[in-house]
Write a protein that binds this ligand. Structure first.
Ligand SMILES: [Zn+2]
Ligand SMILES: [Zn+2]
Length: 233
């Protein structure tokens, strides 16, 4: 089988059966060279957004200082990997080309992290950041859903407001920071999230705007604590 990212032939070839059943080690999906491009974010990171930091002091980054000034509650966001070139390439294949097999590459690492945080931070529900119904129809899956462990309680209190708008990734950073609330509550959301501690999952943390909007709406709906996790930052 070829590496799912660079398409070079992998030394360990896989059967189609193992690929279809999903019983295969993630490291066999991509070649060594592609794997070595992913960089884990260590424990030294911005306490609010999880941005990788050099040195040994955990300080609030400039973006988070700005969020704080705007009066937004900290997300205690954490990401597993840096959003570097190899990760961007992965995302474009997984999300934009819709190669569903690629979920397996980080599924286990993300699920383990989610389970660990649920326990350590005494969280009640996991929420996958919603994608538009158009995007869902086009891609066929919500790219975040496979990262949620089957055994943890999850809920879907949010949905995207219906509005004709450009693709998030084609907007400039400034436009994203300034864009207004993209989410609205599902009809039963208040009942579900009231008094609850929530973990929102996204694929990539870019400016933090999307997650801050989701968090603000959930807190407004009665959630008592909202934190977030992404694959990359
Ligand atoms: Zn490769
Ligand atoms: Zn930060």
């Amino acid at each position: 089988m070829n590496c799912l990212l660079c398409e070079r032939t992998c030394p360990d070839s896989l059967s189609m059966i193992s690929l279809l059943t999903g019983h295969l080690p993630a490291e066999k999906l991509v070649c060594q060279s592609c794997q070595s491009g992913f960089q884990r974010i260590g424990s030294v990171c911005c306490p609010d957004c999880g941005r990788d930091q050099r040195g040994s002091v955990k300080t609030l980054c400039s973006d988070c200082k700005r969020w704080q000034k705007m009066g937004l509650r900290p997300l205690s966001h954490r990401a597993l990997f840096r959003y570097n070139e190899p990760m961007k390439k992965y995302m474009s294949r997984y999300k934009f080309l819709g190669d569903y097999r690629l979920r397996l590459l980080f599924q286990q690492a993300m699920r383990e992290r989610v389970i660990k945080r649920m326990k350590a931070e005494k969280l009640d529900y996991v929420i996958a950041i919603p994608i538009s119904s158009e995007r869902l129809a086009q891609r066929g899956f919500n790219q975040v859903a496979p990262f949620i462990p089957i055994q943890v309680p999850s809920c879907r209190p949010l949905r995207l407001k219906k509005q004709p708008k450009r693709d998030q990734s084609s907007k400039s950073r400034k436009e994203r920071m300034e864009s207004s609330q993209p989410f609205e509550l599902e009809p039963d959301a208040l009942k579900v999230v009231k008094g609850k501690r929530l973990l929102i999952i996204d694929d990539v943390y870019t400016t933090g705007r999307t997650l801050h909007h989701a968090s603000a709406l959930l807190l407004e709906a009665g959630a008592v604590h909202v934190v977030s996790q992404s694959l990359a930052r």
